[in-house]
Design a protein around this ligand. Structure first.
Ligand code: ADP
Ligand code: MG
Length: 473
């Protein structure tokens, strides 16, 4: 067996057999053998197959991947022109953008970022979105009042919806910590459009997509061989081009209504909700039990920005409780759930200073734990590296599973458009994906895979889909 070898149990300046043996325990818990990764790839295919065959699997603790048809069937070619409003609602921020497609594979963007407040996540979301759009339109002098000519808007809404058309989709469930009442089972476009009406905004939502589709469309605008879009942000998810005839949950008549290919929104954050193949540790289980959506999105909970720091916090507290870290003392901050933001993890794993002084600032300044030793800081970095390396490997496995699903695509160059802060900022994330691709796909096929940062892709893709949709109106 070969193991995740890039993270070794560290040599410690103050020798402690007890600590070293606990670090070895963690190594064994978080380590992924190649065999486990291969089993995950095989099981991904099984869940994809079942999800394409079966309706309504989202939100079920035992169901396969939801594999939701997106109704997006046309690829951009870079020649598109026009100005569109785009909203990108992720899990942490709302970005409101005015996007101009220049027709030469380039675009210009004016955008404003609004951090989603807790009360919007729990109650006032749609009115808060309308208010943010109003602020944006006022600030950039974009408001119009010609009711017969509303501003066309593409909405990137990154939660699972059961789509029945390009501007129609019912919310299946919330995730990423959202819990707005009276939204599940209701049409998200109508809910948002009503909030716009309450503020007399002259904006018409002409398309709703999710962020993975946005990334894929944005990537396709400049790389015509784009086949897959992925998000590694607050949450994680992916989409890819599927042959419409493979959507076997549809009737023959339904299939025939559409062109040969359609983008499928996989909702891969829910992979292995049946708990069969992922290597869950007690730290994952603790996070899962305490989460809003216990038993759901279990893959996402091992990988994405919202959760990575929390898994690490659980590991650190386990070591504190065994009196081998921080002198056996935690702090009020560290005791608080989700206090270890994943952006801190990126800082920690990048710290190469001899005394780990970035980590010292972080633990002593932000987490409020005084007088750390170098050993404390080495252990902190090790915990971050261990959990981070597992996330990177699992991410690579999932990406390769999708690429292998259509092996004919790997006979030519293929581009994957990726967006999200984890991909953009976590040290070595893209390199790890490529390492895993070399192992799983083989070096020759892996050399044809190009990963691009579809920066701003989530919003930009919505503008492209809005353009396609408003042409058809
Ligand atoms: P959204 O999911 O709202 O589109 P992002 O893609 O920006 O937003 O992802 C936000 C998530 O990324 C948050 O969970 C945050 O903790 C995490 N994050 C922010 N900065 C970093 C960073 N430097 N390294 C790793 N994760 C980060
Ligand atoms: Mg996003």
């Amino acid at each position: 067996m070969t193991y995740l070898s890039e993270v070794q149990v560290p040599e410690l300046p103050e020798k402690s057999e007890k600590l070293t043996s606990l670090l070895n325990v963690l190594h064994d818990e978080f380590l992924l053998s190649d065999e486990t990764v291969d089993r995950i790839v095989a099981d991904f295919h099984e869940e994809m197959r079942q999800g394409l065959a079966k309706h309504d699997s989202m939100g079920k603790k035992t169901g396969p991947l939801a594999m939701i048809p997106s109704y997006v069937t046309s690829r951009p070619n870079g020649k598109e022109t026009g100005s569109y409003l785009a909203l990108d609602l992720g899990g942490t921020n709302l970005r409101v953008c005015q996007i101009t497609l220049n027709g030469d594979s380039t675009f210009s963007i004016t955008q404003q970022k609004f951090t989603i407040p807790a009360e919007a996540k729990e109650a006032t979301l749609f009115d808060w979105i309308a208010q943010s759009v109003e602020l944006f339109l006022d600030e950039h002098n974009l408001a119009t009042d010609d009711a017969s000519n509303p501003i066309p808007c593409g909405f990137t809404f990154s939660f699972p919806i059961d789509q029945t058309g390009i501007a129609k989709g019912k919310l299946i469930m919330w995730n990423k910590g959202f819990a707005v009442p009276n939204a599940v089972d209701r049409d998200i476009v109508s809910l948002t459009q009503s909030a716009f009406s309450r503020r007399f905004l002259n904006v018409k939502i002409v398309a709703i997509i999710n962020d993975t589709i946005g990334s894929l469309m944005a990537s396709a605008y400049s790389h015509s061989n784009s086949q897959m879009g992925i998000i590694f942000g607050t949450g994680t998810n992916a989409c890819y081009w599927e042959k419409t005839k493979n959507i076997t949950k549809w009737t023959k008549e339904e299939i025939e209504r559409f062109p040969e290919e359609m983008i499928i929104n996989m909702e891969w954050g829910a992979f292995d909700n049946k708990l069969a193949v992922l290597p869950f540790t007690p730290y994952d289980n603790k996070l899962n039990r305490k989460s809003h959506n216990h038993g759901l999105q279990v893959f996402e909970k091992m990988i994405s920005g919202m959760y990575l720091g929390e898994v690490i916090r659980n590991v650190l507290l386990w070591l504190v409780d065994r009196r081998v870290l921080f002198g056996g003392r935690s702090s009020e901050v560290l005791n608080e759930g989700y206090s270890l933001d994943t952006s801190y993890v990126s800082i920690a794993v990048a710290d190469e200073t001899p005394q780990l002084s970035e980590i010292k600032n972080l633990i002593e300044g932000t987490l409020n734990i005084p007088d750390t030793t170098l050993t404390d800081r080495i252990v902190f970095k090790y915990a971050c590296n261990l959990v981070g390396a597992r996330a990177k490997r699992l991410s690579g496995a999932a990406m390769c599973a999708v690429l292998l699903w259509r092996p004919e695509l790997l006979e030519k160059d293929v581009t994957v458009g990726i967006d999200g802060s984890m991909f953009q900022f976590y040290p070595g994330f893209a390199d790890s994906l490529m390492e895993e691709a070399k192992r799983i796909l083989g070096p020759e096929r892996a050399s044809r895979v190009k990963l691009i940062l579809a920066k701003d892709g989530s919003g930009f893709g919505a503008a492209i889909v809005a353009m396609t949709a408003s042409k058809k109106l």
